[in-house]
Design a protein around this ligand. Structure first.
Ligand SMILES: *[C@@H]1O[C@H](CO)[C@@H](O)[C@H](O)[C@H]1NC(C)=O
Ligand SMILES: *[C@@H]1O[C@H](CO)[C@@H](O)[C@H](O)[C@H]1NC(C)=O
Ligand SMILES: *[C@@H]1O[C@H](CO)[C@@H](O)[C@H](O)[C@H]1NC(C)=O
Ligand SMILES: *[C@@H]1O[C@H](CO)[C@@H](O)[C@H](O)[C@H]1NC(C)=O
Length: 964
């Protein structure tokens, strides 16, 4: 969250004198008290010598000490934040006149001494973040004069609130982050006995249960109620509705119950609280309200409203513009519909307005130009359309403007930025905006983050950037720029930490190294026409794929911080350097012309999660050392010239999901340990190699396996009956659940896997979540098709063609009711085609040609969609669609028509499902991106800075541009 002025409401001074070091006092200190202080000092560890003034006879002059101006007794010890540690001597309790004790933010240890309870005149006690741990001593309840108590600290806990009820004078209580999980439901009852309580801070205390209704309540003074969760850490978890009594506490000024798992409706009574200035309920994802009702109320003095990430719905009413005291409002991440009311322009004091990620549509009202104090404007991730109002250019205080991911159109001109001299963040990406700005424009701002991805800027590189000397994040992805990057750019780029110019037509050679910030994180130059050698850069993510870079992979690339390196789709030659960065999590060198063998030193990259070397000319064996890459989730070595066997070191890959050795010259048997070695495997492709021997029974243990491709090898033996036990395939596929395939990386990662459909090699990119397939075609397998295979009810593609399989097609093959493609061609199958196959309503492709099948083709239902070529080369088959008529035409015809009657109806119903299914398969990714995108962008906004988010963000924008 952006910071906004701390909302300080009540500050009461308890003692007459506020003590600053050495405030001269005429009175001379009490000798006995002086001795106590000296003893107190002896107990302390004052490593920074902060108490150097503690000598001499008049202790009233010592740092942090104040005395009663008549008796000379010490009444105040005020030593916060001095890095004091060690122990507190019990003699302190001899200071009978002490009223004020502040030892907060120091480094004591052990528990809070229980002798504090003898300081019976104490009115102010602040032990917050003082280093104490353990249970707060209940005998603090003896301090009946106490008006202020702050014991905030995450290392403290309280099991029972009974003792607090004795602190009858308490006005201010803060126990932020103290573990109160054991206090139970009694906390409200106990606090209800403190009639003078004005401020209550119990943020992040793991409280559970609010009492929904109180028989009577005494909170007649309560102004500040803070039960929120400031750092999303040990939040309160109420699992309940907002209690009714709360909306009757008319003294309330500020309420924060954010991130606390509240449910139900926001009581409308809140809007009538006469003094309420601040209400923060954000992050309660099950808290709902209709905007038209909620904002219809009076909200007389409201200044701060935060309802982000709740479940607000409905439309913003015109009366929204009545809340003229507002300066901060956050309604982002809700389900608010309709247009933004023009009355917005009445909220003249507004400095922060966030409406991101709702369902808002229509135009951005031009009245927004009246909000003269507006500094933060977030409207991203809605469906706003029309043009960007020129009146935005009048917001001279604007610092942050985000309208990205909407449906805005039209032209952006210099007028839009007329008075925006304070603008630092400009986010316009993923709209259809066109920049029409003269080449000699000098913007009034110095931007920090410029995100105008997918805005039309080109064809020339924006010259006005030349004046921008502070940019740290620049996104110019997919902006139709087709120049080389001008030389002056490398003069202003020295502060850039995030550079994304991907998906343009940028060309030419790059300086090496690029002039970026020494702490640059992400560089994405992918999908352009850059040439020359790979620039060496010390960044965290370097994405240079799909350019025309040539020469070798630089020797020491990624020695330092690099965790993401993609050089895929270039013209790189030579061998993979032996000294490749050991921090890499993703290494993609695919689709180049690399030669030589894979260096053993790759085993040093133990952080690798994705390794992609496919489509090169790599030769030699798979190095044993690769077995060290225990964290791998994706391994592609396909389309090379690798030889030898799968090394026995390949036995411990707990996270491996994709293993692709396809199209090499690997040999040997498929090792029997395969089932144990890859417990998470979803995709196994050993296609087109020289593997021989039987398919191991242990394949059954790959219980996440979705795609098994062993085609085009020299495997023999029979098809293991254990196939039927493949867990990921033996339940129906639930399209919506399987959409969130794996981590974000898998989405970014080009997944090519080849399945055979209609005899064509199709490239299934990124829709794998949805696909289940077995392809063992082109081997020497014999024996019958095991009946058990029909247990794989979720199977979508089955290819057993070009083997020596005999016997009959299992009668109950129709139990594979999600089959999209079935290929049994070129085997020795005999007997009839089962009648039931006509009920396979998703089946889009069928090939049973070149077998010994016989009898009448059950030409009804789905079967009528296939032509004669699906059945050719079976001398015994007859009837439609073949030209050959069956000899007993009349009788059989009659029977089968009867039998199919019921199914025919089913088929009509499922016709649409079929279309949906393919629809999902093809748009699966777009859909997933639609869901993922906002989430990821959100994460970035809220915690900008870490490389992780920078990295994710890059990906998000790539995804969003690839969507277009
Ligand atoms: C002593 O302090 C009290 C309250 O703090 C104040 O009212 C009084 O005037 C002071 N007396 C002298 C002699 O300074
Ligand atoms: C609130 O706004 C509505 C419509 O703009 C207006 O009719 C009404 O008088 C306003 N109410 C108050 C209390 O100002
Ligand atoms: C707007 O802010 C100013 C300055 O803080 C304040 O004086 C004024 O009362 C505010 N307006 C409203 C309607 O609250
Ligand atoms: C904006 O969207 C609304 C509803 O979707 C549509 O009626 C309107 O014509 C659109 N306006 C523009 C300028 O595209």
């Amino acid at each position: 969250m952006e910071t906004f002025p701390a909302f300080l409401l009540i500050f009461f001074l308890l003692t007459g004198e506020l003590v600053c070091g050495g405030t001269a006092q005429l009175v001379h200190c009490n000798t006995a008290d002086r001795e106590v202080l000296l003893d107190f000092k002896m107990g302390l560890e004052d490593s920074e010598n902060r108490l150097s003034s503690w000598h001499g006879s008049n202790c009233c002059h010592w740092w942090g000490i104040a005395c009663d101006n008549v008796t000379g007794a010490v009444i105040t010890i005020n030593l916060p934040n001095l890095n004091l540690g060690w122990q507190i001597k019990p003699s302190l309790t001899k200071l009978k006149s002490l009223t004020y004790l502040d030892l907060s933010s120091n480094t004591f240890n052990g528990s809070i001494p229980d002798f504090f309870s003898f300081l019976e005149n104490l009115q102010y006690l602040n032990l917050s973040h003082a280093g104490f741990s353990g249970a707060i001593p209940p005998n603090l309840g003896n301090l009946s004069s106490l008006q202020f108590l702050d014991v905030s600290s995450s290392s403290l806990n309280v099991d029972n609130f009974e003792w607090l009820t004795a602190l009858v004078s308490l006005k201010y209580l803060s126990m932020n982050f103290v573990d109160l999980s054991k206090v139970g439901i009694g906390w409200v009852v106990a606090l209800n006995k403190l009639p003078f309580l004005v401020e209550l801070h119990l943020a992040g205390c793991r409280l559970s249960n609010f009492i929904y209704s109180l028989p009577s309540f005494n909170f007649s003074s309560l102004a500040v109620l803070d039960l929120g969760c400031h750092f999303a850490y040990k939040c309160n978890n109420f699992y309940s509705k907002l209690p009714n009594w709360l909306q009757n506490v008319s003294s309330l000024v500020s309420v924060d119950i954010s991130h606390s798992n509240l449910r139900g409706r926001i009581p409308l009574g809140f809007s009538e609280l006469p003094n309420l200035k601040s209400l923060d309920l954000h992050g309660n994802e099950n808290l709902s309200a209709s905007c038209s009702q909620l904002f219809h109320g009076s909200w007389k003095k409201i200044e701060i409203l935060d309802f982000s990430s709740t479940k607000l719905h409905g439309r913003l009413p015109t009366s929204f513009g009545n809340m003229t005291s507002l300066f901060f409002i956050d309604l982002s991440w809700n389900g608010i519909k309709g247009e933004i009311p023009n009355s917005l322009g009445h909220l003249k004091n507004l400095t922060h307005l966030y409406l991101d990620h709702n369902l808002l549509q229509g135009p951005i009202p031009a009245s927004i130009g009246n909000l003269k104090h507006l500094a933060y404007l977030g409207l991203s991730l809605n469906k706003l359309n029309g043009t960007l109002p020129e009146s935005l250019g009048l917001l001279s205080e604007l610092y942050y403007l985000d309208v990205s991911v909407n449906e805005l159109t039209g032209v952006i001109s210099e007028a839009h930025f007329l008075m925006l001299s304070k603008l630092k963040y400009l986010l316009l990406s993923t709209n259809s905006l066109i920049f029409n700005i003269s080449s000699n424009w000098v913007p009034p701002f110095q931007i920090l983050q410029l995100d105008i991805g997918s805005c039309h800027l080109g064809p020339s590189f924006p010259i006005w950037l030349r004046s921008q000397k502070e940019i740290y994040a620049l996104h110019l992805s997919n902006c139709s720029i087709s120049d080389p990057i001008p030389n002056w750019f490398w003069g202003i780029s020295g502060s850039i930490r995030l550079l994304d110019v991907s998906s343009n037509h940028l060309e030419g050679h790059l300086p090496n190294p690029l002039n970026l910030s020494p702490i640059a994180e992400v560089v994405d130059l992918s999908n352009n026409h850059f040439e020359g050698t790979i620039p060496l850069l010390d960044v965290s993510a370097l994405e240079l794929s799909n350019n025309q870079f040539s020469g070798p992979v630089p020797k020491n690339i990624g020695q330092n911080r690099l965790i993401f390196l993609s050089l895929s789709g270039n013209q790189l030659t030579g061998a993979i350097p032996t000294s490749i960065g050991s921090n890499l999590e993703l290494l993609d060198l695919s689709r180049n012309n690399l030669t030589g063998s894979i260096p053993s030193s790759i085993g040093n990259c133990v952080e690798l999660e994705v390794l992609d070397l496919r489509n090169n000319n790599l030769s030699g064996g798979i190095p044993r050392a690769m077995g060290e890459l225990r964290g791998l989730s994706t391994l592609h070595l396909g389309k090379n010239r690798l030889s030898g066997e799968i090394p026995s070191s390949f036995q411990h890959f707990p996270y491996l999901e994709t293993l692709d050795f396809a199209n090499n010259m690997l040999t040997g048997t498929i090792p029997p340990w395969i089932g144990e070695a890859f417990p998470s495997l979803r995709i196994l492709s050993l296609r087109s190699n020289k593997f021989f021997g039987e398919i191991p029974l242990a394949i059954l243990n790959l219980c996440s396996l979705q795609i098994l491709d062993l085609a085009e090898n020299q495997l023999n033996g029979s098809i293991p009956a254990t196939f039927g036990g493949l867990k990921a395939m033996n339940h129906l596929q639930n399209v919506s659940n399987s959409l969130f395939y794996d981590s974000y990386k898998e989405y970014t990662y080009q997944q090519y896997i080849y399945v055979i459909k209609n005899g064509l090699e199709l490239q299934y990119t990124k829709t794998l979540a949805l696909l289940t397939s077995i392809d063992i075609s082109g081997n020497n397998l014999y024996g019958e098709i095991p009946k058990e295979i029909t247990k794989l009810v979720g199977l979508e593609v089955l290819n057993l063609s070009r083997n020596h399989i005999s016997g009959q097609i299992p009668e109950n093959i129709s139990e594979l009711r999600q089959l999209l493609s079935l290929d049994l061609a070129s085997n020795r199958l005999s007997g009839p085609i089962p009648q039931s196959m006509s009920s396979l309503t998703f089946l889009g492709s069928l090939n049973v040609s070149n077998n010994n099948l016989s009898g009448r083709i059950p030409f009804q239902g789905q079967m009528t969609t296939f032509s004669s070529s699906s059945f050719a080369g079976n001398s015994g088959l007859c009837g439609d669609p073949l030209a050959l008529k069956c000899s007993d035409d009349d009788s059989i015809n009659g029977r089968s028509n009867d039998g199919s009657h019921g199914e025919g109806k089913d088929e009509a119903d499922e016709g649409n499902v079929f279309i949906d299914k393919w629809f999902y398969l093809t748009v699966g990714l777009g859909f997933a991106v639609g869901l993922l995108l906002p989430y990821l962008i959100f994460s970035i906004k809220r915690s900008w800075g870490g490389v992780y988010f920078a990295f994710v963000e890059m990906i998000v924008f790539r995804l969003s541009s690839s969507k277009n």
